[in-house]
Design a protein. Structure first.
Lengths: 401, 303
């Protein structure tokens, strides 16, 4: 019954919004055309679990800003398209956003392949693109500044894994991963960090659809590793951990936060996964922006992508305000003036930011995903990582650094 | 809006080529090829790699045709004894094999990062907007040429022999038709056309990755050929245009549906596509332009 009530409410709210919309044009015209922003997130396909919440976060910010009078005295209009987690469909959706809706910026592209396919359309049409994809190759594209990403790239993540193993006194580190966009660069950067401390590394790429990994585990153990880094996703990592346990491996185990999650911990016997460390880019939990986001969208612990896209929309709206112009080129030139202005006023949301900009103050935004400072090429300069360890069937926080 | 229309029409032409490829092998020869996305990928990668190594774009397209046909021959030899459902499953597996090879052979295909910056012919000389017009014309021209050739083939004795094999393989063999040779040729030709479509796509988008070639494309093309009319080239092309235009139109239709979240709109679009297929099959089971089966000539009556 509850589910039905929620549905009806959503419907009513939607109907009300529509009724409101039809009353809008007169007023909107008086204020000038709305500023158009597009989201291109996966709503169906492999990324389906993430996209809808991301859109919700963006929508919440846009609604809040509109309620406070919009940007440059104009309303912000949000257009959401689905990339179907496919570059082919993503390009079609992006063309519609760019050519028909004429959006100033597109945000939220998730899959690295979609981002790589959409990026050229954006820089050719001078539309700004903000993405949460992690593949290193993305910021190396000739994007002329029209692209930023809030996800730490693989170079940074790989280094953190390598440094962590060294800090835990492991000298022989083995990296196990299915074929992913980041497997190779991940391994290269782990190797760089481990070699620097005089250690050795080995790696194995496996097929993530197999029901058992005995032969793979045998190959890993022949390397005599002190540490194994599990680079897979939840289902294959669960099988891999079991087989490693059966084979008697007792060394250090490290995995991605998205793979070894509470669901995995509960689904395998406690001794199989006990003492496993997880590393994940940390949202700035405990920051004011994070608390605001939680309250705005009503999700207790939003995933990293949602925190990132929340920061992206805040940054873009402030960039438009400080530039006094809605074009993609203006956003490109202004975004670093609001993300990392020297000695700027620290703000954690667009409303405060817009006020500061109106008062001619410089702005330095610190968001829900982290400090949001960008390098020349569009990567984030630094990001905190969250280290957890499985202890007695629970994930316990070790440190955020 | 204009560049969006140009883009959509260019995509229509590329899908039209794929539909012609499927129509040849499925509509004419009766072999169900669920591996269309695989041949599409082969062509895209062949041309991307050839031009990446310095070859001009036309040579890249030639390479796509040759490699596509060769891969088509290999697949036919591997599936000689299979028909119907069994063939369909194996070709589906083939497409997956191609995708996995593209994903894992990093030295050749750059793995899941894909190949970006594929040469777009004359783009630098023409500028973005003129290039869009130029490529639309080029893709449409290729489509028209292939369509005209296949239409001719369809009406020729060769096409009739293929349809005889589709209807009854044994009977065709009994009538003295070399069934194996016909099948090999038809499959190779169909694969080459799909590969050419892949090459056109690669140079249009300037980027290919394994994620581009998911089975969904094959399903869209089956939808196109079914809706347009199986066994008739004009039907296949019409179906392809309708499918792409319909896919894009659903974006604008769903904007008029009140009170839905973006995720529900996305799901509604997919439902509309399913409903459209059901409607077409229900109202026009032979497709919009059904196959024309020429009447057998009446033998002259002797007095």
């Amino acid at each position: 019954m509850t589910a039905f009530t929620t549905d009806r409410r959503t419907l009513l709210a939607g109907a009300a919004a529509l009724a409101g919309l039809s009353a809008l044009p007169g007023r909107a015209l008086a204020q000038g055309a709305p500023i158009k922003i597009g989201t291109l997130t996966p709503l169906t396909g492999a990324g389906g679990p993430y996209g809808p919440v991301m859109v919700k976060a963006v929508k919440a910010v846009v609604d809040e800003v509109n309620a406070a009078g919009g940007v440059l005295g104009r309303k912000v209009e949000l257009i959401s398209e689905d990339d179907q987690t496919s570059p082919e469909a993503g390009v079609r959706a992006a063309r519609k956003l760019i050519d028909v809706d004429k959006v100033s910026a597109i945000l939220g592209t998730w899959s690295s392949a979609v981002t790589t396919a959409v990026a050229p359309l954006c820089w050719e049409s001078k539309t700004f693109l903000a993405t949460v994809s992690g593949a290193d190759s993305i910021t190396q594209l000739p994007h002329q500044g029209y692209l930023i990403r809030t996800q730490p790239n693989t170079t940074l993540q790989g280094r953190k894994f390598g440094e962590f193993c060294i800090a835990e006194k492991a000298k022989r580190v083995f990296f196990l991963s299915p074929q992913t966009p980041f497997a190779k660069s991940q391994f290269d950067n782990i190797t760089e960090a481990v070699k620097k401390a005089g250690g050795e590394t080995g790696s194995l790429i496996y097929d993530d659809k197999k029901p058992a990994y005995r032969s793979e585990v045998d190959e890993v153990l022949r390397f005599k590793p002190d540490a194994i880094i599990f680079g897979g996703y939840t289902p294959d990592t669960a099988v891999m951990l079991k087989d490693a346990y059966r084979a008697g491996y007792t060394g250090l185990k490290v995995a991605f936060g998205y793979a070894v999650n509470q669901k995995l911990v509960e689904s395998v016997p406690a001794e199989v996964v006990d003492k496993t460390f997880t590393i994940a880019p940390s949202p700035a939990e405990g920051s004011k922006a994070y608390a605001r986001l939680v309250k705005m969208i009503g999700v207790a612990s939003p995933d990293p992508y949602t925190t990132q896209v929340y920061d992206q929309i805040n940054l873009i709206l402030m960039a438009i305000a400080i530039a006094g112009d809605t074009s993609g080129t203006a956003i490109k030139d202004a975004v670093r003036k609001v993300s990392q202005a020297q000695g700027g006023a620290k703000v954690d949301n667009a409303i405060d930011g817009l006020k500061a900009i109106a008062a001619k103050q410089p702005v330095d935004y610190d968001g829900a995903s982290g400090p949001c400072d960008f390098t020349e090429t569009g990567d984030i300069a630094d990001c905190q990582f969250r280290y957890e360890q499985v202890q007695g069937g629970k994930l316990a926080l070790v440190k955020i650094a | 809006m204009l560049s969006y229309l140009i883009f959509t029409l260019t995509l229509c032409a590329i899908y039209g080529l794929l539909a012609l490829s499927l129509n040849l092998i499925w509509g004419s020869a009766g072999l169900v090829n669920l591996g269309l996305a695989g041949f599409f990928a082969v062509g895209a990668y062949a041309s991307a790699l050839a031009t990446g190594a310095g070859a001009p774009v036309l040579i890249g397209w030639g390479a796509a045709l040759v490699v596509g046909a060769a891969v088509g021959l290999v697949v036919t030899f591997a599936t000689l004894r299979l028909r119907d459902d069994y063939l369909a499953i194996v070709t589906l597996g083939f497409a997956e094999v191609i995708r996995l090879v593209a994903l894992n052979e990093r030295w050749l295909t750059n793995g899941s990062d894909g190949i970006s910056g594929i040469k777009a012919p004359l783009k630098a000389e023409l500028g973005t907007q003129n290039f869009a017009w130029f490529y639309l014309g080029l893709a449409t021209l290729v489509l028209v040429i292939v369509w005209a050739l296949l239409r001719r083939l369809d009406a020729s004795p060769y096409g009739r022999a293929l349809k005889a094999i589709r209807e009854d393989q044994q009977l065709a063999a009994f009538a003295g038709k070399p069934v194996l040779r016909f099948k090999l040729q038809a499959f190779a030709l169909s694969a080459a056309i799909a590969a050419l479509a892949g090459a056109l796509y690669a140079h249009f988008q300037s980027y290919v990755s394994p994620d581009h070639f998911q089975p969904l494309i094959t399903i869209y093309i089956f939808l196109a050929v079914t809706a347009g009319g199986v066994g008739r080239p004009s039907g296949a092309v019409l179906g392809a245009y309708l499918v792409v235009i319909f896919l894009e139109a659903t974006r604008f239709i769903t904007e008029w549906v009140p009170g839905l979240q973006p995720v529900q709109l996305a799901a509604t679009r997919e439902m509309l596509i399913g409903i459209a297929l059901i409607l077409v099959l229900h109202l026009k089971p032979q497709g919009i332009l059904p196959e024309r089966i020429p009447k057998a000539p009446v033998p002259p009556t002797t007095a």
